[in-house]
Design a protein. Sequence first.
Length: 551
Amino acid sequence: MERASTAGGAIVSLAMKLSMVLGPKYELISGARTDILFLRSELESMHAFLEKLTTVQGPDSQVRCWMKEVRELAYDIEDSLDEFMRRVEADGTAATSLHGSSSLMGFVGCIKRLLRTGWTHLRLANEIKGLKARAIEVSERRSRYKLVEDIWMPGTHVSADPRITVLYADVPDLVGIEHSAGDIEKWLVDEISTLKVLSIVGFGGLGKTTLAMEVYRRVGGRFNCRAFVTVSQKLDMKKLLKDLLSQVSHNEADHMDNWEEAQLIRKVRECLLNKRYLIVVDDVWSKSAWEKVRFALPQNNQNSRLLTTTRIESVAKSCCSDRDDHVYRIEPLDEFHAEVLFFKRIFGHKDGCPPQLKEVSDQILKKCCGSPLAIISIASLLASKQVMLKEQWEKLLISIGSALENNPDLEGMKQILSLSYYDLPYHLKTCLLYLSLYPEDYKIERDSLIQQWIAEGFVGMQRGLSVEDVAEGYFNELINRSMVQPIDINWDGRANACRVHDMMLELIISKAMEENFVTLIGGTSVPVKLQGNVRRLSIQSDHKLITHIKE
């Protein structure tokens, strides 16, 4: 799945600087002020258009080209404003230092400062005039090539759901979930008569759906009726209710095509009210979606059970609001089970790895971080090679990021990882992309990170909160969405630092480089040829960050 770029994130941070420059401190000449007001309005319009594009799956190359133009325009405007604000601040500092000098020296210095200030304002006016012309051209190009909303309706290029292979996986293919499945099975079949909810929560690709389906297979026969339904990011309530009803009441399947949502809910509640039921609600993305689904399922005293999966901690807690409910945090595969799954998929059994491939396989598994999805995807790619050469495995290890982006064999993994990324609002996308500056396994300190976000202009203002509080809210939300892993957790639950899952980092890096958000040199990334403008440069050595520099 490919959606609209994060060009809108650059526009959001730029809007604050445009408003600052329009303030009395900078005393713009009239022409520049008018042009900046025009740019601000034009960029707001572009931003609204980009927001609509975030609902589109698979924008074509023409749309992506236009979004690149918008992004580069925003970057260039920001560069001009930064340089102008820096020069104005420098002139103000110079004026302060001249205060108290001899009258002659003070007069000469004042003349120089006025000339310098006038030149600074004239230079900005000329640059803004050129940028205004570019903005008009970009806007006209959108109209000229008919880049309008109704060409890309939401969901027009929908890819196959990568969870389908999980739902119908053979039991012998499952590795490392026996203990977790046993724990959940015991919880589901206890003697408590009231309706209970268990929510499986964890990072995308850890096997939540696989675990839920295995438990469903094991215990489903003990319930009067059962169903397995999927919510996904965009809840289609009528479709979900029809799917649910077709599984719990076969008699209604032929009559419900034209039913309205309210009629479907009444029929579902009627079918389940006096039965012991097990319903698995897979892939819940929001509290509001859960509340809609929960309303359709009746409370009864028949030992009924609900099992949900989500990658968002706050959604899991919302599902499990009663005392007897339970949040189950799924963990990555341990080293042993990760190796078993990897080698079984490639060689057919866990002891099939040749000695010469053992070291590189350990390095590949380290990158997978215990994610079954990552392990299976990369193992399947390696298994497709006719000859098992060490050089091929090492090449894949170095280029996992580009392979994730371009190799069709890894498309399922890319889709799963991308779901979380595309669900983020603009401001969080931009903050997440900033993490591409750090090497893999790097411990990212919370306080340092949020100060850098603030300095970059990524953090908006919220009434009643300091900018540091807002930035910390962004940090916590990335943890809540399982995008980063919290470490050094205090007694009050606050994380002092975080790390990024290696597979997610590869996706972030690919997106950041595609957006020209960052240029990486050194480390484990594939060497890049510098071209165009370098906006942010991160120089790395192995797993250490030497420096990162903003233009």
